[in-house]
Design a protein around this ligand. Structure first.
Ligand code: HEC
Ligand code: HEC
Ligand code: HEC
Ligand code: HEC
Length: 212
């Protein structure tokens, strides 16, 4: 008898474990992910140092030529870019700077991915393609209440709340500017396709700012 009860108890315990596991699986998409194993984890490459961070960051002797760069270790692009332009654009878009320039230091195809910490590498990224930013969503420009009012089809970044819980300005802009990192999270924090900060399902990402 004792054995039977114990057996049922064990089965129940297994069942509870299974239920708990099931709910953990359901919760998984909202858990935070990280850079390990993402497109930006180069630690296992032959030229890597075994360290995930050093391709981009260093604790000492960092490159400070780009505004607000976080202890930067990667060689920075010196290319001249063709910025986005169109007849309907209200924003003033010039050369990429800030975070976007850091991204382009691998993604413009002029600097090798493995050029960091003073070494000159040879592995070129083709995932973005070139220095003509006319093909891409504009970056490195001020997105404020005045631009939203002028455009008429943009949410006010100081009041509109995003899926991340804060305002557009707080969650997606860097010092009031729209940058590559407004849409992508380089560290894969949110575990979305293409490193998106906000899922692009049903264009949720685009509709966070565009009021169409
Ligand atoms: C492929 C390049 C790349 C790699 C690899 C990388 N980072 Fe970053 N990191 C960036 C960029 C670009 C920024 C600035 C933009 C941003 O935060 O979105 C940044 C910002 C930061 C910041 C300051 C802002 C913040 O998000 O808190 C910290 C801290 C940081 N990284 C830590 C790390 C650590 C630790 C690792 C390794 C586990 C790492 N990074 C790997 C590119 C990288
Ligand atoms: C150290 C070089 C380096 C830096 C700096 C870097 N990337 Fe990348 N990134 C890569 C490489 C390499 C890949 C893999 C695909 C390829 O070759 O382009 C990649 C892939 C991606 C992808 C595709 C991810 C996927 O899962 O398909 C996105 C999006 C991206 N990067 C955005 C960014 C953004 C935004 C920044 C700046 C905040 C940035 N990257 C900075 C090297 C870099
Ligand atoms: C307004 C949002 C937005 C901004 C800003 C933005 N991207 Fe993207 N990016 C996207 C979307 C959406 C895709 C996915 C397109 C698709 O579905 O293939 C993408 C895809 C990518 C990819 C993957 C390309 C591939 O072939 O898989 C890379 C790399 C990338 N972006 C880098 C950048 C860099 C570098 C910047 C800044 C110069 C940037 N992005 C700015 C929205 C953005
Ligand atoms: C962080 C906010 C934000 C996100 C996210 C965003 N955009 Fe934008 N987008 C803007 C702003 C601001 C402009 C500049 C509008 C202007 O000045 O006319 C712009 C410009 C554009 C333009 C050019 C408009 C023109 O007149 O030439 C297009 C097209 C566009 N976005 C499409 C998209 C798409 C598609 C997505 C999703 C992949 C997206 N945007 C995501 C803020 C955003």
């Amino acid at each position: 008898m004792i054995f039977v009860v114990k057996n049922i108890y064990n089965k129940l315990a297994h069942f509870e474990c299974a239920v708990l596991f099931f709910f953990l699986m359901l919760a998984a998409p909202v858990l935070r992910a990280d850079i390990t194993g993402s497109a930006h984890d180069f630690s296992a490459r032959g030229w890597g140092t075994g360290n995930v961070c050093t391709v981009c960051h260093t604790p000492h002797n960092s490159n400070t030529t780009v505004r607000n760069s976080p202890l930067w270790n990667h060689t920075i692009t010196v290319a001249t870019f063709t910025p986005y332009s169109s007849t309907t654009l209200n924003a003033t878009v010039g050369q990429p700077d800030g975070v976007s320039k850091l991204c382009l230091s691998c993604h413009d195809g002029t600097v090798a991915v493995d050029s960091f910490g003073g070494r000159v590498g040879s592995v070129i990224s083709h995932g973005f393609g070139g220095t003509n930013l006319r093909h891409h969503h504009p970056v490195s420009f001020v997105y404020d209440s005045a631009l939203a009012a002028e455009d008429g089809e943009l949410h006010d970044p100081t009041t509109q709340v995003t899926a991340l819980g804060g305002t557009i300005a707080h969650d997606l802009l860097v010092g009031g500017k729209l940058e590559c990192s407004s849409c992508h999270d380089v560290h894969n924090t949110y575990n979305n396709r293409k490193l998106f900060k906000i899922s692009d399902q049903r264009s949720a990402l685009c509709l966070t700012c565009h009021d169409m």
